[in-house]
Design a protein. Sequence first.
Length: 258
Amino acid sequence: MLTLILLELRKLLTSRSARLGLAVSFLLPLLWAAAPRMNMLLGDLALVSGWQLPAVSIGVAVQFMLPLFIALTVSEMIGSEVSQGTLAPLLLRPVGRTQVIASKLVVALLLPFLLIAVTVLGSLLAGIPRGFGAFTGGTGMGPGLFVGVGQLGSGAALLETLRGSFLAALMLMPIAALSLLFGVLFLNTAASTLATLAALNIMRLLVVFPESVQRILLTSHFALYAEQGSVAGSVALLLIYTAGFGFMAIFAFDRRDV
């Protein structure tokens, strides 16, 4: 199983879509930092510390860009192998179908963490001119968001950034699992990507429904990285989504004629 996971990870990191996604995720924070009207994103607030840039980058990218990269790259894990004719020979080897799709699922769930990691890395690099010392305000991922609750030390800011980054990757995991499910169902990269993005957009349109319905929608938790207090409920729901989509992908693949 470990061999299959490493093989899938190598294929992922050598794919053009993954490389493009990682490169753009790393470079865009440099543009946020240099944008002359950057503070418009924050209203009347001004960025005073490099610790604040990760929250800005994640907040902008998580609405569309990162879901797009995840949907495209994960869909390609199935679609490209089908189009190139490499999936069927893989299944002829003495390896179970469940192991093959489970290894793809594990790697797919790693992708959000990779994208968030390079986004944060690029943000911290872009934040060097603003410094990483103690400052008055917040990181955007802790109490008081960017306003903060007083002076914040660099150690506390680092912890808030790590916590927020982890939650950001966690909230993107269901998208990866959903993309893999659609990849198995359609066996086509474009169709799977479009289906994933369409599903997310439909969820966003359901804001007209009562709050009791909105709470169970995946897209209602896209600000998890900045939430304070108990996040156990949101985390539990996101893990249920991830597990549900993942198990459905495994079940469908075991019965799919490829």
